[in-house]
Structure formats: structure tokens, C-alpha cells
Ligand binder design. Sequence first.
Ligand SMILES: NC(=O)c1ccc[n+]([C@@H]2O[C@H](COP(=O)([O-])OP(=O)(O)OC[C@H]3O[C@@H](n4cnc5c(N)ncnc54)[C@H](OP(=O)(O)O)[C@@H]3O)[C@@H](O)[C@H]2O)c1
Length: 227
Amino acid sequence: MPTVMITGASRGLGLEFTRQYAADGWRVIATCRTPADAGALAGVKGTVEVHPLDVADHATIAALAETLDGQTIDLLLNNAGIYGTRPADLGTIDYPAWDEVMRVNVMGPLKVAEQFTEHVAQSGRKLMVAMSSRVGSIAANDSGGAYIYRSSKAALNAVMKSLSVDLAARGIAVVMFHPGWVTTDMGGAGAALDAPESVAAMIEAIAALDLEDGGRFINYDGTEVPW
Ligand SMILES: NC(=O)c1ccc[n+]([C@@H]2O[C@H](COP(=O)([O-])OP(=O)(O)OC[C@H]3O[C@@H](n4cnc5c(N)ncnc54)[C@H](OP(=O)(O)O)[C@@H]3O)[C@@H](O)[C@H]2O)c1
């Protein structure tokens, strides 16, 4: 039974990844900030273990890595993310909020990857996937604004690209995904895709990945996203 570990599994895309991987027979290590408040997650059927994990709190990341010491993780899914304050246009930038977004969207995923590298390196699939966004694409930015979220996902891409180079020697592929514009709390009700559709497509694309795919920035449908 392959194992996936997911951050931000309490709702949105993380919860849907938990549902679909559990339904596919995977062991799911579903992590979230406050398991006691994650009622929908507690109701997911299958081999699902829920653990507390705040990606902005490095001590909790290290503690969970220690708890899971010696266990293999085929797929590490760095999904947790925040948008920050809205709007984030010129003249309205909330700089303390920007600090927090960088801690959650950039430093958190790298710290999780650092702490769980051994768990992934000892697995069969050896995959790390980071939930990025097309909004983080510098080449595709033709609308401006969104300074906080945009810069955090561009930085996440830079970080994950370096990680893909550094971990290739360990046989680990590190890949970034754009999930589409999805109807979650972050995406809003007017988004183009629902979470089951986005996640089903990403799971299909993830299943086809191997080491040569390390460093790619991929749309949910498997096509390339420009940097
Ligand atoms: N929805 C879209 O259209 C879209 C598009 C592009 C990229 N994305 C990316 O996809 C990922 C998932 O987004 P979503 O749409 O599912 O968002 P969402 O519905 O707002 O859910 C965000 C998840 O992240 C968790 N989270 C926030 N801060 C955390 C922290 N410090 N530690 C651990 N977990 C934390 C939340 O947990 P709590 O319940 O505890 O708050 C929640 O489970 C994000 O990285 C997002 O940037 C989404």
C-alpha cells in the first residue's frame, strides 16, 4: 500500500486529495493545524491517520518527522497555503501579512521537505509535489497586483526547483503543480473547476511522473505552465 502525506488536509484541495487517495487504497497521513476542528477530515473512509501539523511551526514539523521516523512516504504533498490579505494592490500592501504568507507558502514547504526527505528517499515512488499556482508564473503575469500571493508562489517555485536539483541524486522527483482555479475557500464560488475534478486530474498526472519530471511546473491537466 503506497503512502501519501498531505499538509493542509482540513479542507479544500487537501481534503479532496485525502478522500481520493484513501478511496484508491493509499495509506494517507493527513495533517492539519487543528485536527479537533477538522470534522470533514475525520469522516473520510479508508486508511487515514490524522496528525497535527502547522507548517509555520518548525517544532511541530520536526516532532511529526520524529513520530514517523522509519516509515516510508511515497508522495509528500506540500499543499497547505494561504492567500494573505485581499486586496494586495499598490497602496494597500499589508507587510506583516506578507511575512506570514512567506512563512506558510515558502519556508513551511521547504522545512517539511527537509524534515521528510529520508522518509521519501526510502519509499518506492520517491515523489514530492508542491501546490504552486499559475499566479506565481512571472511569464504569465499580464494582470499585475496580487503582490503578496504572487511573490510567495514565485518564491516557492524557485525553492522547489532548487530542491529538485539537490534531491535528484537521492532519486527523488520534486514537481510543482497549478491546480487550476478551483472552488475552495481560497478559489471562491466563481472558480472554473470543482475540487474533485482538479484533484482527479492531478492524481492522474502525478501517477505518470518519474525522476525525469523533477523540476517541472505542471498544470492540473498535465500540460506545462510557463515560468
Ligand atoms: N483554489 C485555487 O483556485 C488555487 C489555485 C492555485 C493554487 N492553489 C493552492 O492550492 C493549495 C490549497 O488551496 P485551497 O484552494 O485548498 O485553499 P483553502 O481551501 O483555503 O485551504 C487551505 C488549507 O491550507 C491549510 N493551512 C493554512 N495555513 C496553514 C498552516 N500554517 N499550516 C498547515 N496548514 C495550513 C488550511 O488549514 P486550516 O483549515 O487550519 O486553515 C487549509 O487546510 C494552496 O497552496 C493554494 O495556494 C489553490
